[in-house]
Design a protein around this ligand. Structure first.
Ligand code: SAM
Length: 260
């Protein structure tokens, strides 16, 4: 067995070691588990991600001999809106910088196609082959997450997976796309993996049957508590003076705190 096979089959986080990735250790384990599942389902798979920054989440796919193509879509704005209410800034964010970093991971970058832009402006024809696995980690707003998901649906194979990062931030967008799939009568399966990785399997694409994915999904207390605790800042804020006082007064007037 090659070093890569051993590493991916043991979810070795060393596969992320060359370039820092914007994710927790548990997120990385979940992403590797999904990759292990996809490479079993499609031995020559294609991967697309929206939001690549320095290439941290690309590196395990770049190293994977079973990954035949990587599409990276990134708008690279100096700052991006965020559903938490403040803009995020990414300094020195460029495709050239990402490619230079990826060259430290593997010499041959010929399977990578980079597209500078936003899925709301990029034509689907820019992705010239159907993709098996999409990873959405671009602008962290519900509107952008919905647009990214629709783009992914357009370029996905009939059976494939679309995965969101930071699901605890773009949860309203995720809820909307699941409603959209239900209304369209699409066959799908959706579930969360620790900490913030949300998987939508489209059609017959049982990522969840991989033993690593199944174990992580069964251990999803991590996702639940991480999401609630990360968002707890908003509850603490809402309970603080004077907002807490105002909310308590409104609740009292409306008798919203009375059980009959
Ligand atoms: C959280 S970082 C991606 C991190 C990367 N996936 C990793 O794990 O290392 C978000 C990236 O999304 C990009 N971005 C921001 N707005 C975008 C948009 N509207 N469309 C596509 N990409 C966007 C930013 O330029 C940034 O590089």
């Amino acid at each position: 067995m090659s070093d890569f096979e051993t590493s991916i089959n043991s979810l070795d986080l060393g596969l992320f070691q060359r370039i820092p990735s914007q994710s927790t250790e548990m997120d990385k384990a979940s992403l590797l588990a999904i990759q292990a599942a996809v490479r079993e389902l499609v031995p020559k798979y294609r991967y697309l991600e929206i939001g690549s920054y320095l290439g941290g989440s690309i590196q395990p796919h770049l190293l994977d001999p079973r990954c035949r193509r990587i599409y990276s879509i990134d708008k690279r704005p100096p700052q991006q809106p965020d559903a938490r209410g403040y803009d995020w800034r990414y300094e020195n964010n460029s495709t050239e910088r990402m490619l230079a970093k990826l060259r430290d991971v593997a010499e041959d970058l010929s399977k990578i196609v980079t597209i500078d832009g936003d899925t709301r402006d990029v034509a689907v024809e820019n992705v010239s082959e159907p993709v098996d696995l999409c990873f959405i980690d671009g602008e962290h707003t519900d509107i952008a997450a919905i647009a990214d998901f629709k783009f992914c649906l357009d370029i996905l194979e009939d059976n494939g997976a679309i995965v969101f990062h930071d699901a605890h931030i773009v949860y309203n967008g995720i809820a909307d796309v699941l409603t959209m799939l239900r209304d369209a009568g699409k066959s799908f399966n959706a579930y969360v993996l620790p900490h913030t990785v949300f998987v939508v399997e489209i059609g017959d694409f049982p990522v969840r049957e991989n033993h690593h994915v199944a174990r992580l999904a069964a251990d999803n207390s991590h996702s639940y508590l991480f999401a609630l605790r990360d968002n707890d800042q908003f509850r603490r804020f809402a309970n603080r003076f004077p907002f807490g006082l105002m909310r308590r007064l409104i609740t009292k007037v409306r008798a919203g705190n009375v059980s009959k």
